[in-house]
Design a protein around this ligand. Structure first.
Ligand code: NAI
Length: 472
């Protein structure tokens, strides 16, 4: 029986950083991963690298370029004629970038001295792990510590089961080989909006059916209002309060049936992306008696330090409570490796940034104005529109704003919400400010290079005390 200090089950964005950090601590580590691509090949990196964060950003970038060439180049005085999209070439680039990234993970694991095992891992009692390799051979491994990092999978809609061709999940929707004429998206969450934007820009008519009456309810109210305006401008037909109940397939397409305030409705599309959420992937991950428990939502139960309660068994990433975000999983994985090595480590769950990679981008950290209002703590708000930023206008991206909410009593920054160009990059400064418990005055006194988009946060901080320079 092979013995390790640490076995990590799952080589996605939570698992592989855990294995690498444990390797950096000179522990004997194995990382098991069973991800299979559609051609049957194995790959490290999990959903994020193979089928989520990375390939979706590739497609968002390519489709955004098409959109800009069609709608923006002329404003700059650039004449390009008719734009042709070679979807096969675009998809080839996506596949190459993904492959490069996943090979990179395998190299990083090797560099950290981690034994990379491709196949299925299952936690048994007594800190043992059953490993089933590519060839079907089983081996029992043991470890002082086992970290479960098996991730999540798309939640299916009972009335509209995935068929991999016309009714697809987010992975399938990244790999269409033709631009759908009419695309239905179920769920106006992050996945639905990102993928809906990609195919809209490439020419699809996109209808997004969202069960809730509110749009992006997790975002600050002003941001969600602004975001809806931009998604509509892009041409997404977003129908709120529309709960999809069933579908019928025919030669004409797929008829999606939904109910809204007016009653029964339907819409015909050619392809459907079901993006109604993701659920933890714990199938065949541990045996009864291993001491691991699931909560009512199917998450592995853990404490703040990702301990499951069973001695030496930890769980991180999408498998456990909290937002399903790669960077949150990464920090948990690294924390667990550090704790195993006897170091001090923690994850600050109050400063997790969120980003929606739309155009304009949406990013936030901390609390929304609505949450702060509900808390009863007196607060002040500062904001700055990108229209007043010379750099944003030069980029033909003077849309959206940066909004900062801080406490009136001690000036603490409570939340930052950005909708605008490069919001996902700009939010990093706000995350650092919250991490260091910065005051609004700290941000006000920090020099920002001119002309940059980052000045928006500076001006928003000044605006909270009504001393902004570049906007009244
Ligand atoms: P989500 O939970 O964000 O959104 C799903 C939406 O579907 C909800 O608004 C829900 O009301 C709606 N819905 C559910 N059933 C419905 C029905 N029958 N008819 C109509 N609407 C229905 O889930 P999503 O977008 O699938 O994403 C899954 C996870 O992946 C999330 O945790 C998300 O944060 C994460 N993710 C994050 C990304 C990022 O950070 N940029 C990108 C992609 C995913």
């Amino acid at each position: 029986m092979s013995e390790y200090d640490v076995i990590v089950i799952g080589g996605g964005p939570a698992g592989y950083p855990c294995a690498i950090r444990a390797g950096q601590h000179k522990l004997k580590v194995a990382c098991i991963d069973e991800w299979r691509n559609k051609d049957g090949s194995y790959a490290f990196g999990g959903t994020c690298l193979n089928a989520g964060c990375i390939p979706s950003k590739v497609m968002l970038e390519s489709s955004e370029l098409v959109h800009r060439a069609q709608h923006e180049f002329a404003v700059h005085g650039i004449k390009v004629g008719k734009i042709d999209v070679d979807l096969a070439a675009m998809q080839k680039r996506r596949a190459q970038i993904v492959k490069q990234s996943t090979l990179g993970i395998a190299a990083l694991l090797k560099g950290a001295g981690v034994t990379a095992l491709q196949g299925h891992g299952k936690l048994l009692s007594g800190n043992r792990v059953e490993f089933t390799g590519k060839d079907g051979k089983q081996e029992i491994l043991s470890a002082r510590h086992v970290v479960l990092a098996a991730g999540s999978q798309p939640t299916p809609l009972k009335s509209l089961p995935f068929d991999g061709k016309r009714i697809v999940d987010s992975w399938g929707a990244l790999e269409f080989d033709q631009v759908p004429v009419r695309l239905g998206v179920i769920g106006a969450g992050v996945i639905g909006l990102e993928l809906g934007s990609v195919w809209r820009r490439l020419g699809s008519e996109v209808v997004v059916l969202e069960a809730l009456d509110s749009f992006l309810p997790m975002t600050d109210g002003a941001v969600s209002k602004e975001a809806l305006k931009h998604f509509k401008k892009l041409g997404l037909d977003i129908r709120l309060g529309a709960k999809v109940g069933g579908a019928q397939q025919s030669a004409q397409g797929i008829t999606l049936q939904y109910t809204d305030a007016k009653g029964e409705q339907s819409v015909i599309v050619d392809k459907v992306v079901v993006a109604i959420g993701r659920r933890p992937y714990s199938q065949d991950l541990f045996e009864e008696g291993s001491g691991v428990r699931l909560d009512e939502r199917g998450c592995v139960e853990v404490d703040d330090e990702c301990r499951t309660g069973a001695p030496g068994i930890w769980a991180v990433g999408d498998l456990v409570r909290g937002p399903m975000l790669a960077h949150k999983g990464k920090e948990e994985g690294v924390m667990v490796a550090d704790l195993i090595a006897g170091k001090v480590a923690e994850v600050n769950y109050k400063t997790i940034p969120s980003v929606i990679y739309s155009t304009p981008e949406i990013a936030w950290v901390g609390r929304t104005e609505e949450e702060v209002k509900r808390s009863g703590r007196p607060y002040k708000v500062g904001s700055f529109p990108f229209m007043a930023s010379g750099r944003a206008r030069a980029m033909e991206a003077g849309v959206g704003f940066c909004k900062l909410i801080s406490a009136r009593d001690d000036d603490e920054i409570l939340g930052v919400h950005i909708i605008g160009p490069m919001a996902g990059e700009l939010i990093a400064e706000a995350v650092l400010a919250l991490e260091y418990s910065a005051s609004t005055e700290d941000l006000q006194r920090t020099m920002h290079a001119h002309p940059t988009l980052s000045e928006a946060l500076h001006e928003a901080a000044l605006s909270a005390d009504k001393i902004a320079i570049d906007f009244p």
